[in-house]
Ligand binder design. Sequence first.
Ligand SMILES: Cn1cc(Br)cc1C(=O)Nc1[nH]nc2c1CN(C(=O)N[C@H](CN1CCCC1)c1ccccc1)C21CC1
Length: 347
Amino acid sequence: MTSSYSELRGLYHLRETIGSGGFAKVKLAYHALTGEKVAIKIMDKKSLGEDLPRVKTEIEAMKVLCHQHICKLFQVIETDTKFFMVLEYCPEGELFDYIVSKDRLEEDEARIFFRQIVSAVGYIHSQGYAHRDLKPENLLLDEDQNLKLIDFGLCAKPKGGMENHLYTCCGSPAYAAPELVSGKEYLGSEADLWSMGILLYALLCGYLPFDDEKIPQLYRKIQSGKYESPTWLSEESKDLIAMMLKVDPKRRITVQQLIKHPWLTKSFNIPVEWQSKYKRKVLDDDCITELAVHYGKTKKEMETTVSEWKYDYLTATYFLLFEKKLKGRPVRLFQKNRSNSHEDTPR
Ligand SMILES: Cn1cc(Br)cc1C(=O)Nc1[nH]nc2c1CN(C(=O)N[C@H](CN1CCCC1)c1ccccc1)C21CC1
């Protein structure tokens, strides 16, 4: 029985639940005006309890972070009992399941994915954030097999910039940096680099470098920094992993050095770019025109309203119309009172 949320009626057509975690569930839905698929993350405030601030952290971070390898936030709806986050739908699921299905990835495929991860993390750090929960379960595949980073509930924006230390021990143990599991103060960027080293190892090997069902033993292995390198790893990949899994965070490779490492540039011959391909300052003229016609406003009025980026239904409609354009679909909204089974007749 699909529970009907009155806040979404007429705006989104809800479909099945595609994910459920502790205090949240994710449902597939269709955005009514564009017909585009979205994923709506629904969180109940009561069951969130003391985790409520994490949701606010995630919402604020995802409003700022706009990048081709970060799952896009389209709209936020808050009621007195619930949060709804309308997010980009990734139809191919988690990278975790993809690795498991292939046992482990060949270097060429791992390189394509890892360059996208480095691009997303380099961008996040450039915006003053650290993700702090990087793992294959938090990387989704879109319909073009591109990666999208999700779950910013544990991310941090250190006050006064990325040079300031963090203290909260968080994230998934197997991906957590030694300084983090030792309870020392740490830099978010250095901890993210370690997690990316674990991620690269998981991509190339299909299992984790440090693993133990007992947490204290797992922590000791992480702090020792000793792990096996299977025979199939190339010298360059072993070298890169070793530079990312340095126990001493000051000796660990930085993201600036990482984007130029030979293993990453091999066959691409260009460093990883982490600049965002989205320009929020520049509004797309076709989308603004279609919105202005639909809402009976002038283009100028429409540009002014869209530029407020309120993450309301208009923000979602603009972003989704733009996504339609990027996918080569008609930049058209469904008319309110006409059946849309056929393509819209040109006005
Ligand atoms: C699993 N799956 C299989 C197919 Br096919 C599509 C999907 C799928 O989930 N697609 C998808 N698109 N967009 C999203 C998702 C899942 N998803 C998620 O945000 N998924 C996360 C998954 N986390 C990873 C570790 C713990 C939970 C989630 C968070 C809270 C509750 C449930 C799920 C979003 C909204 C961003």
